[in-house]
Design a binder for this molecule. Structure first.
Ligand SMILES: CC(C)(COP(=O)(O)OP(=O)(O)OC[C@H]1O[C@@H](n2cnc3c(N)ncnc32)[C@H](O)[C@@H]1OP(=O)(O)O)[C@@H](O)C(=O)NCCC(=O)NCCS
Length: 267
């Protein structure tokens, strides 16, 4: 993988409504993963979990020549999975019942979050619990019609940042801010006690099939984003054309876009 590129993979839990495909995915899992997966009570949750595991394994195998079932995963002290053998690849997973994402880079930490856009109103109701004072001030100044969308963007960006750092919710959510506006478009401000070099992070958002996805990755400033999906899961992947997006902090051009499907070979 080119060190300047970042690859985002999509998979769809509803693919596993097909029993034979679900069985093929389960065959890729370790015994421990199977035990964890079987504990989920609801079918939709089991499909989401199995899709997540199968996507991580199959996507990583496009970049390192070992079969999907050969990967091992260990979690850091806060639960962030790391792939073994360590071949320099870094990845992060996020799941919702309609969409699972896996963000992959070489030699750079990454974090991703996916949320259904229809959750925006619920997230707005949690604003005072999770957003910082500067974020809340910017939110309050918006027209009511724009508040749910901003809350959704803030939530996914903040979640992607704590996932890129790998510390999960042990990082205090109200001590860092994603601030909108100005020539940087969106900028990240962090309590220096929490992150001595916040300038290394780049972030980006896009919308896909009713979900907002936020990505946070260590520099460089201009990264090439490739978007892939395997749909149905385990079939050869298709590259999706991503248009009109930007990495932040950089400029104030529009940053959300819908994706168009474009078949392309893996490269
Ligand atoms: C666990 C947490 C890292 C993500 O939780 P989440 O939003 O429920 O779940 P997501 O679907 O985005 O991500 C789950 C995946 O992240 C990965 N993950 C787990 N711990 C992680 C960590 N410390 N760092 C990075 N990734 C982690 C795992 O692969 C996990 O999937 P798996 O359990 O199927 O293996 C943590 O941030 C959390 O509990 N968040 C709760 C939501 C919240 O309050 N967010 C506030 C936003 S302002």
């Amino acid at each position: 993988m080119d060190k300047n590129s970042l690859h985002l993979w999509f998979a769809y839990p509803d693919d596993l409504l097909t029993e034979s495909l679900a069985r093929s995915c389960a065959a890729l899992l370790s015994e421990e993963e199977i035990a964890r997966w079987q504990k989920f009570r609801f079918d939709w949750h089991r499909r989401e979990s199995l899709t997540t595991r199968a996507l991580a394994r199959t996507a990583l195998s496009y970049y390192h020549p070992i079969p999907p079932e050969a990967w091992h995963f260990r979690a850091n002290a806060y639960g962030k999975p790391v792939a073994e053998p360590d071949c320099g690849l870094r990845f992060n997973l996020s799941n919702a019942s309609g969409l699972v994402v896996c963000l992959i880079a070489e030699g750079a930490e990454v974090g991703a979050d996916v949320e259904p856009i229809k959750r925006a109103g619920d997230i707005l109701n949690l604003a005072t619990e999770v957003f910082s004072a500067p974020e809340l001030a910017q939110l309050k100044a918006l027209p009511d019609t724009e508040k749910p969308d901003r809350a959704l963007s803030l939530w996914t960006l903040k979640e992607a940042y704590i996932k890129a750092r790998g510390f999960g919710l042990s990082l205090p959510l109200r001590r860092f801010s994603f601030l909108f506006g100005g020539k940087e478009g969106i900028r990240l401000e962090v309590d220096p006690a929490m992150d001595s070099d916040p300038g290394r992070w780049r972030f980006r958002m896009l919308d896909h099939v009713g979900h907002r996805i936020a990505m946070v990755a260590e520099g460089p400033a201009e990264r090439d984003l490739q978007v892939w999906e395997s749909h149905p899961l385990l079939t050869p992947p298709t590259r999706l054309g991503a248009t009109g997006e930007s990495w932040f902090p950089l400029s104030s051009v529009p940053f959300l876009s819908e994706l168009k499907r474009e078949p392309a070979p893996v490269g």
